[in-house]
Design a protein around this ligand. Sequence first.
Ligand code: GTP
Ligand code: MG
Length: 151
Amino acid sequence: MERTFIAIKPDGVQRGLIAEIISRFERKGFKLVAIKIVVPSKDFAQKHYHDLKERPFFNGLCDFLSSGPVIAMVWEGEGVIKYGRKLIGATDPQKSEPGTIRGDLAVVVGRNIIHGSDGPETAQDEIKLWFKPEELVSYMISGEKWIYGDN
Ligand code: GTP
Ligand code: MG
């Protein structure tokens, strides 16, 4: 089953939005298969955002991600990579639709509270960067057939 990496950034943690964000993924029907709280080092933040290293905001972005606790998670479900991004909303909260996490809960691009992998390859790379294989848990939820049907 498809998996994606989702992180609640230091602003989301400080603003008390952990439960709110987890709840949106959980209520949708996605399954939490890994979670931890961690303060990433600057070096680690640079690895996570390596594809943005030429952007002018790269340094500030990495300083920010490493400025406090982050909730790192892996969520599983059909279409979770793409739909997770839909739940999150556009990068700039000024352009995110109401009903999305950033649309409802954030105001500026530099403090947009959540990260989500942008495709299958990045999802795989980010899960590997943030988690050891044994930190991922495979399990059944008894009500799964009410989300996916019998097959
Ligand atoms: P992530 O899920 O965090 O990766 O966001 P994204 O995929 O929606 O956007 P992208 O990967 O392009 O940018 C990563 C992060 O850099 C964003 O979430 C923002 O926090 C930050 N960022 C992107 N564009 C800007 C910008 O123009 N200015 C500033 N200050 N930050 C930006
Ligand atoms: Mg991104």
